[in-house]
Design a protein around this ligand. Structure first.
Ligand SMILES: NC(=O)c1ccc[n+]([C@@H]2O[C@H](COP(=O)([O-])OP(=O)(O)OC[C@H]3O[C@@H](n4cnc5c(N)ncnc54)[C@H](O)[C@@H]3O)[C@@H](O)[C@H]2O)c1
Length: 340
């Protein structure tokens, strides 16, 4: 089988920790190009993995004509770069949030369709073993219907993560557009849609900037979600959990409760009303300090190699983004927003 020629654009932290090593570990991949305006970052990976370093994305597309591109740049660049890559005939794996407006997300989906390429969104929460297990438990029916839930993602902020630290694009409005809500909230809107096999029907959100110094974007959000099934719950995103990082989800159901990521050793705990307790040790949820293999890159390659729809499609990314955009709209208008 001929190898998939992959280019990585944006050589910051997510590329370093997940995309580049996971491509490098895949037997059907040849890393052919790395792109970053800070060319030393691209050169570092080209020296390590082969391929060529570029400062400019369009130049790379024209010269290298890659089969596939990973878009790992600041949020505002996701849509224009994904569309340019699709037009150049490359399959696209774009990091979350897939875009910064719904119109952009729609245009990305259309560009992929028009050019006969796959578009996948890096919503990696779906691939984490505790979440996969939790979905299995829900599907087994032992818990009955989900009635209410809370899901949260909070950590000390991207200053401890981004390759540019406190000077990161994450804090600049023009490049990030959204803060904690776009960065972390979208992980959880995607998780709830996927895990519950349901869609969000209505959102209310308080989104604000409470404490992070030097940020032009939000650092905290607390939202209420109503699902189409009728379940209601809360979604929280925060860049100011300076202590007590939280990436957990709890589902209260007809027959009991499921706790995901609340205990360091037992990642999924099911407590039934009949007194039964099941504890599952299934592997950790990734944290900024301790990265786990994402599964996203393998799933993207699988869709290319088997010519099948990616595990997280453009439509999925768009629906998960929409929930977040509705939370901002709720904050602005003071109203509950229907997600159409
Ligand atoms: N799926 C996840 O769990 C996850 C985790 C972290 C980040 N992300 C996403 O990945 C994306 C990148 O985040 P990061 O954490 O790697 O950020 P980062 O700040 O560490 O790196 C961003 C890199 O992009 C480069 N860049 C800026 N403009 C560019 C351009 N025009 N062309 C090429 N490169 C350019 C910067 O120089 C920098 O090296 C973001 O959208 C973020 O939301 C996803």
């Amino acid at each position: 089988m001929s190898k998939v020629r992959v280019a990585v654009v944006g050589c910051g932290s997510i590329s370093k920790h997940r995309h580049i090593p996971e491509y490098a570990a895949h037997e059907n991949v040849e890393l052919v190009a790395f792109v970053d305006p800070i060319i030393e970052r691209a050169e570092l990976y080209a020296a390590k993995h082969g391929g060529k370093a570029f400062a400019d994305f369009e130049t790379m597309l024209a010269e290298i004509k890659p089969d596939a591109v990973s878009v790992c740049t600041p949020n505002a660049l996701h849509a224009p770069m994904s569309i340019a890559a699709a037009k150049a005939g490359a399959h696209v794996l774009v990091e979350k949030p897939m875009a910064v407006t719904d119109e952009e997300a729609e245009a990305m989906i259309e560009a992929a369709k028009q050019n006969g390429v796959h578009l996948m969104v890096g919503q990696n929460q779906r691939f984490m073993p505790p979440h996969v297990k939790a979905k299995q438990v829900l599907k087994s029916g032992i818990l009955g219907k989900v009635l209410t839930f809370r899901t949260s993602f909070g950590h000390p902020g991207p200053d401890g993560w981004s390759v540019d630290g406190a000077n990161s694009w994450f804090f600049r409005k023009q490049e990030a557009i959204m803060g904690a809500m776009g960065d972390l909230g979208v992980h959880k809107s995607d998780l709830m849609r996927w895990m519950l096999d349901d869609e969000v029907s209505e959102v209310a959100g308080f989104v604000g900037t409470l404490d992070k110094k030097g940020t032009e974007v939000d650092d905290n959000a607390s939202c209420l979600l109503r699902m189409k099934s009728g379940a209601i719950g809360t979604l929280v995103a925060s860049w100011t959990y300076y202590k007590g990082e939280d990436n957990s989800t709890i589902l209260w159901c007809e027959n009991g409760v499921m706790k995901i990521g609340t205990h360091p050793d037992d990642q999924v705990i099911v407590e039934l009303r009949n007194g039964t307790v099941e504890k599952h040790k299934v592997g950790a949820i990734s944290t900024n300090d301790k990265q786990e293999t994402s599964g996203v890159i393998n799933a993207f390659l699988e869709s290319i190699l088997t010519n099948t729809t990616p595990a997280v499609s453009g439509e999925d990314g768009r629906a998960s983004l929409k929930v977040i955009l509705c939370a901002f709209e709720s904050q602005e208008t003071g109203k509950f927003i229907s997600v159409n």
